[in-house]
Design a protein around this ligand. Sequence first.
Ligand code: EPU
Length: 342
Amino acid sequence: MIDHRQLPQRYLNYSLKNRNTFGFDATAEFTYEITSADQIAAVFVDITQQKMPWRVLGGGSNVILPKKLSGVTLLMNITGQEILSSDGDATRLAVGAGVNWHELVAWTLENNLPGLENLALIPGTAGAAPIQNIGAYGVEIADYIECIEAFDAQEQTFITLTKEACQFAYRDSYFKQHPNRCIVTKVIFKIPKAWKAHIHYADLAKQFSADSNPSPEDIFLAVCKIRTRKLPDPKIIGNAGSFFQNPIVPNEQFETLLKAHASLVSYPDAPGKRKLAAGWLIDQCGFKGQRMGSVGVYENQALVLVNHGGGTAQDILGLAKCIREKVHDKFGVTLQIEPNIL
Ligand code: EPU
């Protein structure tokens, strides 16, 4: 039985053009705007009865949408954040999945809860952030998560996953490994009272002199400045941030590549492995600033693919295929696409 008291308003053939940062012209067959967790359970009675495909959209900043999305699209809009507890060691914070990520980071600083400042200006929502374990300038969201509340669509029940159960890794998590299983409703953060500046990442280190003692606000502003310079504003030019993950290769392959390409940019990773800068690999293939019809590679950062206007998922995937082939031919490395292809 559908509990109609909890079922939110349903929209037919809803345009998602303003709900995806690529700005693709996409239409969703049935759309529900979710403003509370219990609405999800009610909607799932309907989805299960009618055996409809479904997906969740947060800020739409990490998705590649087709022209038509059949079945049910849930627009995640559970808002609100509250401090749950605060002791000598840490502050625990509960945040609704629909809260805008950057606004949350700004709010934590205003409330004297520093820690998330390196993750400023990342587009998207708090609920989507743990799915790909967003990371920037030496910090990952996983470092600050205590647990996550979610609706398990397979078991049709609400669950709480501990940080360990979330299986966080570089741009990866349990949620990403089990697509279409859990809908994140709330993220519980644990922000330690002992704060430490993370400014070792090259781009960020350049912003501060060796003897400077930057505050969390200084780092927040520096990160905003770097991102604004390097990454296109989706309101002006459609994009989904990094389009490829930085590939991780075995040390032997890295050593061979380094002999052939002395300027190869890379970072340490797990023992025996090395993470390569995908932006550098793509740049070396001459793609930076190139256009292919309505889509292209951003002029200031080769890792970002852009929609100049009127582009489609097919166009962007066509460009991605060219890039992947060329990078593979030149370096023997396979790039993985980061955004979700719906
Ligand atoms: N590089 C080039 N040419 C380019 C781009 C990069 O040569 O066109 C080289 C440069 O040497 C640069 C290095 O690659 O120093 C790394 O580039 P950058 O510092 O811009 O970072 P990234 O590895 O390209 C990653 C994340 C970003 C995150 C930054 C900062 C991934 C896939 N991307 O990018 O995340 O903001 O580090 O920490 O891990 C995102 O996921 O959407 C995203 C923007």
